[in-house]
Design a binder for this molecule. Structure first.
Ligand code: ATP
Ligand code: MG
Length: 382
């Protein structure tokens, strides 16, 4: 009986002719995570992958690959010849006496001489006959033994849910405006789950924003990089721009003008990094700068498509996602962001493009400032 780690896909299996392309990238991404395990060998089989190990611990290997996008389930499985005696033995080896159990079968090989219910019944009977205290429970079994009959047969009892989605690198590159807040890391995660590679950009206003605020973003970027490997982070010096807005413009327009500058700089960096879109953590109506009018005014400076995956999400949903992906605890550390520090008492919630342009003109040649900020950005690689 051979033991393997069995990988099943979700959405990739729905792909038609270009499924191979997605599978090959998934295999490469898994292989990258398996580098520390020199004995691990990945084998592609029809709509599945098997990982074969000689020495490494299965649990360590599973922990290393569990966050790879594109994987729907990971199971420790036996691979046996598609023959009833072998299947029964494997199932028995997975069963622990005294527990309730159920056998479920999927028959990929339609030529196999028994139907799926017949296989389940026969394997269940074998377990009952060869143990003392086994009991079947079809509704809430303590052990679910799954049998997949194909050219060879997989038998497994534990499946770990993967993150599903599409493999990183299949969806192009996008530049994420990553603040230290709760929302933007979640937005980045959501796009990464669609196979997108991320370049993160953080606008830092030293000394108004503490060094800890930057450290916080670096930590968030590290967490995101577990899902979107090889991520870069650019820390853009934003103080000069922020000061010039405060000096020259009506303070009510501070946030919206800052956002427009952020978009311009992010777009500049995105283009240099080969990113074809921008991502923000905006959610409609959450704060003054996220009204429809504000979003329109921000969006007007962007030529690249701007993705806002949280736009229709309730804050509670976003918080739950942030907790699940592990960014929440870092995001709630209390260091101020450049946007909160000079926030006016009554920010413009419904700016018109005309009024925004009027205020922006007071800044003179802001393009020079934007270019300078983009060029002076610090670069980190994860
Ligand atoms: P977040 O929780 O992501 O900070 P938020 O609810 O605080 O979002 P805003 O402060 O209005 O919302 O910011 C909206 C979006 O603008 C953020 O989600 C992020 O994408 C971007 N953004 C804001 N401030 C910064 C910053 N200092 N650096 C990079 N991006 C930023
Ligand atoms: Mg914020």
């Amino acid at each position: 009986m051979k033991k393997v780690i069995l990988i099943r896909y979700g959405e990739i299996s729905l792909k038609g002719l270009n499924r191979r392309y997605f599978e090959d990238i998934l295999k490469k991404n898994i292989a990258r995570r398996l580098r520390p395990f020199s004995d691990a060998r990945i084998k592609k089989v029809q709509s599945r992958m098997e990982i074969h190990l000689t020495d490494s611990d299965e649990c360590d290997v599973i922990a290393a690959i569990k966050d790879v996008f594109g994987i729907a389930y990971i199971s420790k499985a036996y691979v046996v010849e598609s023959e009833m005696g072998k299947i029964e033995q494997a199932a028995l080896a997975l069963y622990k006496d005294g527990k309730t159990f159920k056998v479920e079968t999927r028959r990929g090989d339609k030529c196999f001489h028994l139907t799926s219910p017949e296989i389940s019944r026969q394997v269940g009977g074998y377990i009952l006959k060869n143990t003392q205290n086994a009991k079947v429970d079809v509704h809430h079994p303590e052990i679910l033994i799954e049998v997949e009959v194909r050219k060879e047969t997989y038998v497994y009892a534990t499946s770990i849910k993967g993150r599903a989605g599409l493999p990183t690198g299949t969806g192009g590159t996008s530049a994420l405006l990553l603040s230290g807040g709760i929302d933007s890391p979640v937005a980045g995660y959501m796009m990464a789950s669609r196979g997108v590679e991320l370049v993160s950009i953080y606008f830092h206003s030293s000394p108004y924003t503490a060094e800890e605020a930057k450290e916080k973003v670096i930590e968030l970027a590290k967490i995101l990089a577990c899902y979107a490997p090889q991520m870069k982070l650019f820390v853009v010096p934003f103080t000069e721009i922020q000061e010039s807005i405060i000096e020259s413009c009506d303070i009510e327009y501070l946030t919206i003008l800052m956002r427009r500058m952020m978009m311009r700089i992010a777009q500049d960096i995105a283009c240099r990094e080969g990113a074809l879109s921008l991502i923000t953590g905006e959610s409609l109506g959450q704060v003054a700068s996220q009204t429809m009018q504000s979003i329109q005014a921000t969006n007007a400076v962007a030529d690249l498509p701007v993705f806002r995956p949280l736009i229709g999400l309730d804050k509670i949903m976003t918080i739950n996602m942030a907790k699940e992906i592990g960014t929440y605890e870092v995001s709630i550390r209390p260091y101020e962001d450049c946007c909160t520090i000079f926030t006016p008492k009554h920010p413009q919630t419904k700016p018109t493009i005309k009024s925004v342009l009027y205020e922006e003109e007071k800044l003179g040649d802001y393009q020079v400032l934007c270019r300078k900020a983009a060029e002076e950005a610090e670069r980190y690689q994860f």
